[in-house]
Design a protein around this ligand. Sequence first.
Ligand code: SAM
Length: 248
Amino acid sequence: TGSVVLAATPIGNTADASQRLRELLGQASIVAAEDTRRLYDLANRLGVRVSGRVVAYHDHNERKQADPLLDEVAAGASVLVVSDAGMPTINDPGLAIVRRAIERGLPVTCAPGPSAVLDALALSGLPTDRFCYEGFLPRKSSERRQYLRTLKAEQRTIVWYESPRRLAESMGDLLQVFGPGRRMALCRELTKTYEQVERGSLQEIYDFVQQNPPRGEIVLVVAGASDQEAAEASPEALTTQELAELAL
Ligand code: SAM
């Protein structure tokens, strides 16, 4: 049998492509790419010739395509799964084929690399020992506020992807729900020439966004609730402090 390999691709800086990614692109019998044009563009920039078959593998066909691709794996093919940028399966296609490969007992592995989540978290300066990734913020303000309220007592550092078009509005909702003092980082265009990380309180970043409407790709990282904030938001829940005391 062959195998499925999920491979991370650069999120902005082509030089972040790993040696392993280059080799896999050149050698895979099938490349399942979120966008085939972008895949060829990446291969060109890397100076790699893709010799395998390239197939479109995106949100709309990943469930349908998983089994046919895995039939080829069972017959000996190596299937390389790549998304437009970063780690497949992280708000990107890939999960469907991983699940089916596990169910069918077929080998699946990963060639790790860039992902905006970890890049932003590491640069935020906020606690990294416990964090949660929450994908994209809801698009509608009413839903966003309701959703944010469910995270008021969250004590882990929280990471979101957000569109620049909605950022000003989302920052208003974050400010309203979490209050002005919470620390956060606004990470923009990571690994690219104009990479920018603004760190400060929610109020400061809110003001910054109103004055400098940001463009490009954005990750928001917000500190978790303090013990006191968590206790106020959810009086019945145990704080980290109380949990630690119980563990003693
Ligand atoms: N799978 C990707 C990963 O591992 O990072 C994420 C895919 S998701 C569809 C795309 C979102 O990731 C963007 O809208 C943005 O929020 C974030 N993102 C991707 N590249 C980025 C970059 N260079 N700088 C900041 N955010 C980025």
